[in-house]
Design a protein around this ligand. Structure first.
Ligand code: FAD
Ligand code: NAP
Length: 541
């Protein structure tokens, strides 16, 4: 086995996070390498190639803001770009900043051990290459570890089994009988597309989500030019708003609004953009009564859209405030669900009992299947991190540390795991924001921290347990003031005894950014900084 490669930083993952982290560290003079399990760059947009996959935040906002030249040279074709276009953009980024030679593809990081005697991370992969790095940066993605249901007899199924997050486009679904599981954002997009070509479709749902019509006209040359001219203002707004959107919630409470005016405003918000419904008033994520009014409006809209009352009963969320689960954007999903060749099974009332070679059996019936699709979500926020055998100080394992829910300071660092950073980790705004903007903030904070450490001849940084606890308490307190913890969603992690733990930080991207900056300016308050255990090499390369 070759000697471990010596690095300042080993970065895991080559999506939006890993690519920018590599570029940033290289431009600051650090030696860094990315290890990526996939055979190309793009992360989410490399893996999620299912038909209909596209972003639900406008592309001019869901794109890097760190380089005005990149903003000017790239032109988005649509308001919400499809997966191939977002992947093409990330490939362009990899080429433009000459990042590919810094990425080891087709290689999975399997273990990382903090060597206390040398204050360095020993990183192992499934390809026998080893790395020895001062810093371990987890750019592993909050939504990258797919979660598949354990259905009885699945191994007996004779046809192809597809997963939206690992899509195999060599499978031809035209005219086939398809059983599809899961109607979150991925499932809704997939069903809308495959529904047009399959022979028969049975959709197995569990918890339904609200989906709003996605208006996605191509961007005209004039619109693109206007966006390009506006980029500085758009980015400024994004960085300091609560959700890192260029649109701010409109002032005023839904419950205090005149009913006729409220109805009119919601009517135009319904088709305006994915999240307009939640931005029409500024109290919808905090006030149950205001939220209930908008939830009822959305239920009514869906009842008018879904023609079969039985399907409507199963598809319209009940007892769940709108926005508590991520709003989905739909282009033709309900049209497909309205078709006669599309059946809907709610597994909560009709559980799957067996999978045979060519069917899905429930306690009430048998559904023929030539192919099965899983759009059943991810082990969100923590899955990809826990999948690596990371051992910190004293050999403590991250999977054990987080067995009762993740703990982290600012969602960036974990006590007991020195020199390890998590980009958009649990406890940061991450998935409750336009993620690219949150990624950039983390990347820039981490790079700045490494530069400051180099300048101050410090090699080790670790969150203190007090700071971590204080942040967790604060994050919990803020979350309790919102609708989020009241809803069953993937934002919730689970403890060993089955309790739910809300994972993202809901205090707002702008406020969070300020807090992180203040902490850095105050000499990394809440972190313990020190020299390496032995006078080994310095951080600078
Ligand atoms: P990822 O893109 O997930 O990349 C992580 C990479 O790490 C992956 O390529 C993975 O292979 C690699 N990796 C993980 N573990 C290992 C390991 N042990 N060894 C080696 N490599 C490893 N967010 C939005 O804000 N707006 C949207 O519209 C939006 N749409 C989305 C659509 C889909 C279908 C999905 C699944 C998510 C979407 N998201 C969206 C969230 C999206 O994940 C983020 O916006 C963003 O792409 C995350 O980038 P990332 O680099 O942090 O992680
Ligand atoms: P998801 O939102 O977690 O949806 C998965 C769905 O599958 C849930 O409704 C889940 O129900 C259901 N499910 C799980 N097991 C099932 C089973 N055995 N039988 C039937 N249904 C089952 O996952 P996702 O759709 O992949 O989306 C995850 C996130 O990725 C989104 O919320 C969003 O942030 C992002 N995303 C965005 C877009 C976009 O439009 N830009 C597209 C895709 C993804 P339970 O809730 O009961 O578990």
């Amino acid at each position: 086995m070759a000697a471990p490669r010596q690095l300042d930083a080993l970065i895991v993952g080559a999506g939006f996070s890993g690519l920018y982290m590599l570029h940033k560290l290289r431009s600051e003079g650090f030696s860094a390498q990315v290890v990526e399990a996939g055979s190309g760059v793009g992360g989410t947009w490399f893996w999620n190639r299912y038909p209909g996959a596209r972003c639900d935040v406008p592309s001019v906002e869901y794109s890097y803001s760190f380089d005005p030249e990149l903003e000017q040279e790239w032109t988005w074709k649509e308001r919400y770009s499809a997966q191939p276009d977002i992947l093409a953009y990330l490939e362009h980024v990899a080429d433009r900043y000459k990042l590919r030679d810094g990425i080891t593809f087709d290689t999975r990081v399997t273990a990382a051990d903090w060597d206390e005697d040398r204050s360095r991370w020993s990183v192992a992969t499934d390809r026998e290459n080893l790395f020895d790095a001062r810093f371990l940066i987890l750019a592993t993605g909050a939504l990258s570890e797919p979660r598949l249901p354990d259905l009885p007899g699945l191994e007996n199924f004779a046809g192809p089994i597809l997963n939206t997050a690992r899509w195999d486009d060599s499978v031809d679904l035209a005219g086939k009988r398809v059983c599809h599981f899961g109607i979150g954002s991925s499932g809704i997009q997939t069903v809308a597309e495959i529904g047009k070509i399959v022979g028969e479709l049975t959709v197995f749902s569990r918890t339904p989500s609200f989906a709003v019509p996605c208006s996605n006209p191509p961007l005209t040359a004039e619109q693109s030019a206007a966006f390009k001219a506006d980029y500085p203002a758009i980015r400024q707004m994004q960085r300091h708003s609560a959700l890192s959107f260029a649109e701010l919630p409109k002032a005023g409470s839904a419950k205090e609004c005149d009913p006729a005016e409220r109805e009119e405003r919601l009517e135009s918000a319904w088709t305006a953009s994915t999240f307009s419904m939640l931005m029409e008033f500024d109290d919808l994520l905090f006030d149950d009564e205001s939220n209930a009014l908008v939830t009822e409006f959305a239920q009514r809209k869906l009842a008018q859209t879904i023609t079969d009352p039985e399907k409507a009963r199963k598809l319209i969320p009940q007892g769940s405030p709108i926005g508590g689960r991520r709003l989905c954007a739909e282009i033709g999903f309900y049209d497909v669900m309205n078709r006669d060749n599309v059946a809907l099974v709610d597994v909560r009332e009709e559980p799957v009992t067996a999978i045979t070679a060519d069917s899905v059996e429930t306690d009430r019936g048998s559904y023929p299947a030539d192919a099965i699709i899983f759009a059943t979500g991810f082990d969100a926020c923590v899955g990809a991190i826990k999948a690596i055998a990371i051992r910190g100080r004293g050999g403590q394992a991250i999977s054990e540390e987080w067995a009762d829910g993740p703990r982290a300071y600012l969602g960036l660092a974990v006590e007991g795991f020195p020199n390890m950073f998590t980009i958009t980790g649990p406890g940061s705004p991450s998935v409750l924001s336009n993620v690219v903007i949150s990624i950039e903030q983390h990347v820039e904070w981490i790079a700045r921290c490494m530069v400051d450490m180099r300048e101050n001849d410090q090699q080790v940084i670790e969150a203190t347990s007090e700071a971590e606890q204080e942040w967790m308490d604060h994050a919990h307190e803020v979350a309790q003031q919102t609708i989020f913890p009241k809803v069953n969603s993937w934002y919730q992690g689970k403890t060993r005894d089955g309790r739910q733990v809300f994972m993202p930080y809901v205090g707002g991207v702008g406020a969070y950014r300020e807090k992180c900056t203040q902490i850095a300016q105050a000499g990394y308050e809440g972190f313990h900084l020190s020299k390496a255990a032995q006078s080994g090499e310095t951080v600078a390369s």
